[in-house]
Design a protein around this ligand. Structure first.
Ligand code: BES
Ligand code: MN
Ligand code: MN
Length: 456
């Protein structure tokens, strides 16, 4: 292929010719259980980094493992001409655990069912990483004059604790004109969207201990404090379980309202509540008003309870008063909130009203405000329209990617998004999947994107 020949038809043919290779590479990556939150999987994290290096080298690229104080980074490189522009593609190869009982196949074996690829990590984020990779091979085969780099992280799913240190350590190797991240979801199939912002995250735990061991509720009940019941009332004082509204004073103080222009863009994004519910298999929502749903998932902060530890969880009931309990919680944060002052509000609120409850700080990620204008943003829009025949709009993402703000801060360049996942692919869910329509379209979108940005 020459650069003039990067037509839509030629890219369809390229994708088709490489379908088997794409599937084989995806299988190799999915079948390495690179679960970053499990210390026992450290060997698999390492094997996954080595498999990625091997992938680049087998396909004519250069690659190195960049060590950090935590999990390694992989840097793959195609082209090193200082006279040419450089673009870096970010993905992560670590995955969530896959213990959900609803899996109908083994999560770390890739099942191919027609056009669907099933397994943990297929859509978050190994499939999109490989679509970008094959898009690069198409662009290189066509002689697109661009240095293309891949930065693949292996601890995104635990909040990127060593990423900043790793970037600073290897900064000399990582200079780039722009970064494109492929780790976000569309509105739904056929409706591409790219985020103008991401939510941040602040995790914390509440614990309370009121006795040394289980107590007989007949003997001491009524007089003894019950830590589970008390923590439930602490949570209820912090957040309204029905509306989701956080009751801690000043919690919403720094929330920047989405602009009129943004709201207009959301309204024409094609988002519908019915599709949202179907894609995520949600039975009912806190509101059925589409703009209110969009504001809630993209424009507002949250406070969630993720888990409660304590007491008896076996069959039937056991009438003990538990001695201790724990609640695992986090808040999603939006611009212009920050992790530190949000956590201080929470800690002070609990300390004032429930002095015996201990608040334990967990990791935090800042919210991110993206870029919606300029040649790189236009290149993303053009790539989606070209590859998928559908206009894309700027919405936001409710999720968090710790690396994004860190890359802007440390590498001093802007980050854009060319995501390929669909809500129905089931991020972090049982039976996670990716599909050939998104993969082959993604290959074409990336090839086109590389061609466009080579001229910036
Ligand atoms: N790819 C997601 C981020 C994301 C989620 C983007 C939803 C768009 C929509 C990423 O892999 C992820 O899951 N991030 C975690 C980070 C956390 C564990 C620190 C998240 O958002 O919970
Ligand atoms: Mn991801
Ligand atoms: Mn994820």
């Amino acid at each position: 292929m020459d650069a003039q020949a990067l037509t839509r038809d030629a890219l369809t043919a390229f994708a088709q010719a490489n379908r088997q290779a794409f599937e084989a590479e995806l299988r190799t990556l999915v079948e390495i259980p690179s679960v970053s939150n499990d210390p026992e999987r450290a060997g698999d994290i390492r094997r996954c980094a080595e498999a990625a290096v091997d992938l680049f080298r087998r396909n004519g690229g250069e690659a190195v493992i960049l060590e950090t104080t935590g999990n390694p980074l992989v840097l793959g490189r195609f082209g090193e001409d200082p006279a040419l522009p450089t673009v870096t593609v970010y993905n992560h190869l670590d995955v969530q655990p896959a213990n959900e009982p609803e899996w109908t196949t083994a999560p770390f074996q890739m099942e191919i069912d027609g056009d669907t690829y099933k397994g943990r990590g297929t859509t978050d984020d190994k499939g999109p990483a490989l679509a970008a990779f094959f898009g690069c091979l198409a662009a290189r085969a066509a002689g697109v004059p661009l240095n293309i780099r891949f930065l693949w992280e292996l601890e995104e799913e635990i909040g990127s604790p060593s990423f900043q240190g790793g970037l600073e350590k290897h900064r000399d190797l990582l200079g780039t004109d722009a970064i494109v991240v492929s780790d976000t979801v569309w509105i739904t199939r056929g409706k591409p969207s790219t985020p103008a912002g991401l939510r941040g995250l602040k995790g914390f735990r509440l614990t309370l201990e009121t006795a040394g061991h289980d107590l007989h509720s007949g003997v001491v009940g009524g007089a003894a404090r019950n830590p589970l019941t008390e923590l439930m009332s602490v949570v209820a004082a912090m957040v309204d379980g029905h509306t989701g509204k956080v009751k801690i004073p000043h919690f919403y103080r720094k929330v920047a309202k989405p602009s009129r222009k943004e709201l207009k863009e959301w309204a024409r994004s094609g988002f519908t509540v019915e599709t949202f519910r179907k894609d995520h298999e949600i039975h009912s929502l806190r509101t059925d008003h589409p703009l209110k749903v969009m504001k809630r998932i993209w424009g507002k902060p949250t406070m969630e309870v993720h888990g409660v530890v304590g007491g008896y969880t076996g069959p039937g009931i056991k009438s003990a008063v538990p001695p201790r309990a724990e609640v695992k919680m986090s808040c999603r944060l939006v611009p212009d909130m920050d992790e530190a002052s949000t956590f201080e509000l929470i800690r002070n609120f609990v300390a004032t009203h429930f002095p015996d409850v201990v608040v334990h700080e967990e990791h935090g990620l800042a919210p991110f405000k993206g870029h919606v204008t300029g040649p790189y943003a236009e290149a993303v829009k053009d790539a989606y329209a070209f590859a998928f025949g559908a206009p894309c709009c700027f919405t936001r993402e409710g999720g968090s990617i710790g690396a994004v703000k860190t890359m802007e801060d440390v590498l001093g360049c802007e980050v854009y998004f060319l995501g390929l996942s669909l809500p129905s692919h089931g991020y972090h869910a049982p039976n996670e999947n990716f599909d050939w329509e998104q993969a082959s379209g993604g290959i074409a979108a990336f090839a086109r994107y590389f061609q466009t940005v080579s001229g910036i």
